[in-house]
Write a protein that binds this ligand. Structure first.
Ligand code: PLP
Length: 462
């Protein structure tokens, strides 16, 4: 009997789904991200639905992390799953040199939601390679090499993207790819400029950038890259005037502006793109995560007509086997339509304004460990401190092991309550799916309330 003669196989038996031995094999044979392999104890997830997932012991967790801040549409959205199945039955894979209907439709829908003048998309497999390719385009377009990138930023972990990254995740890869020059972005709570108001922070951050550009030589700088709202480094919302100031400085010197919207885009900030809040138009926008909530891996670069024109008569030297993968594009198309049909952007804005902002403000009145809360949409940070007056962080910068114990205890307290938190250094981020209901978010804030008592124990005045 040949494979083609065989009876269709039952897909569940093909996968051997749910087998305990398979779950143990994950521990034994999968090399996990960002971890000492012997130290990891990954929680096996049995199933997920909406804003929740369940482990094999039947314990339910409310997801306040949206996985890695990508599960914007919630788990197992039935219409999104159906769209992927439908596409899988028609055409699973086609290489990027062919034209494809769902790829075209995904690009059309994404460009229609971007600022004016960005009308083409280069599809990638995720966020890091989107940033790699945006920088490559900027270098080829300008004929310059240097890229300005911020401290307290994350842009991905491939060679070029980790070189842009301005946080400790870059350290083990240094010196990395040369040509990155680091600047300080605005962060009023821990101002590098000793500013006391948003206006001062904005003015001084822009003055710092101007001086940096002058000293580096404007004619050597291809691009400035920023996260529109900084994500894993603390949900840093730019002060009014900052993005316009950066845009003007770049225009003055022919420097391209790359907005990394991998984490902040597609509903996270209550808009298609975080930059919609400020009406700023970059030359290149990178995206991934929320565009289809990671149901199938995809990312991309939105390209301005001016940059795209560079490659009209000159080949673009880059490509990926899975660029514009049909399953990924079909899921992006379906996701964008579902966002519109179900009013998900408005839901994210409402959750931020009516539930998370007042809820966190109330927690801050009860818990001395809360130094500051900040954010917008479903993108919030709670900064935990040992002492509100000095703003000393609850754990030192980049703490690990015993130094990180107060945060480890806090995270364990969340999990024991049934809340899956997103924690980084001395912060916990409140980043639930954009589709969460107000009651679910209130339930999560109530669990956070209990877990914060573990952090209060390390705080002066508790
Ligand atoms: N850029 C930002 C702002 C991110 O937050 C991330 C991931 O967290 C990336 C880029 C990298 O994306 P990926 O992990 O899909 O490569």
């Amino acid at each position: 009997e040949t494979a083609t003669d065989a009876e269709p196989t039952d897909p569940a038996s093909l996968l051997g789904r749910g087998d305990e031995a398979q779950v143990r094999a994950d521990d034994r044979h999968v090399f996990h991200s960002w971890s000492a392999q012997a130290a990891i104890d990954p929680l096996p997830i049995e199933h997920a639905q909406g804003s929740y997932f369940w482990d094999y012991a039947g314990k339910r967790y409310l997801d306040f992390s949206s996985q890695l801040v990508n599960m914007n549409i919630g788990y197992q959205h039935p219409r999104l799953v159906a769209a992927i199945v439908e596409q899988a039955q028609r055409l699973c894979s086609i290489q990027p040199a062919f034209a494809n209907d769902v790829r075209g439709e995904a690009a059309r829908l994404i460009t229609e939601r971007a600022p004016e003048g960005l009308n083409t998309v280069f599809f990638t497999n995720g966020g890091a390679d989107a940033n790699e390719n945006a920088v490559r385009m900027a270098r080829l377009h300008t004929g310059r090499q240097k890229v300005l990138a911020a401290y307290r930023s994350y842009h991905g972990s491939t060679a070029g993207a980790i070189s842009l990254t301005g946080d400790p995740r870059r350290w083990p890869s240094e010196p990395a790819v040369p040509g990155t020059v680091r600047y300080f972005g605005p962060y009023l709570y821990r101002s590098a400029f000793h500013a006391e108001t948003k206006q001062e922070e904005c003015d001084r951050a822009l003055a710092h950038l101007r001086e940096l550009v002058m000293l580096e030589g404007p004619h050597t700088i291809a691009a400035l890259v920023l996260e529109t709202v900084v994500g894993t480094n603390g949900i840093l919302v730019p002060p009014p005037g900052y993005l316009d100031g950066v845009r003007a400085l770049c225009d003055e010197h022919g420097i391209l502006l790359i907005a990394d919207e991998v984490m902040s885009g597609f509903g996270r900030c209550g808009e298609w793109f975080a930059l919609d809040h400020w009406g700023m138009t970059p030359d290149l926008i990178t995206f991934a995560k929320g565009v289809n909530s990671g149901y199938v891996p995809i990312g991309g670069v939105l390209i301005s007509d001016t940059v795209a024109a560079t490659f009209a008569d000159r080949p673009f030297p880059g490509g990926l086997t899975y660029s514009g993968h049909p399953l990924a594009c079909a899921s992006a198309v379906a996701s964008i339509r579902i966002f519109e049909d179900e009013g998900i952007l408005a839901n994210a804005r409402m959750l931020g304004e009516e539930v998370i902002a007042p809820g966190l403000a109330e927690l801050a009145t009860k818990h001395p460990c809360i130094g500051e809360v900040r954010g917008l949409g479903v993108f919030w940070a709670v900064e935990l401190v040992r002492d509100r007056a000095t703003r000393e962080p609850l754990v030192p910068f980049n703490a690990a092991g015993a130094d990180a114990a107060p945060m480890t205890q806090f995270a364990a307290a969340c999990k024991s309550e049934g809340l899956w938190p997103f924690t980084h250094f001395n912060r916990t981020h409140v980043v639930p799916p954009c589709t969460s209901t107000p009651d679910e978010v209130r339930e999560g804030l109530a669990m956070l309330d209990v877990a914060l008592e573990a952090a209060d124990r390390h705080t002066t005045g508790a």
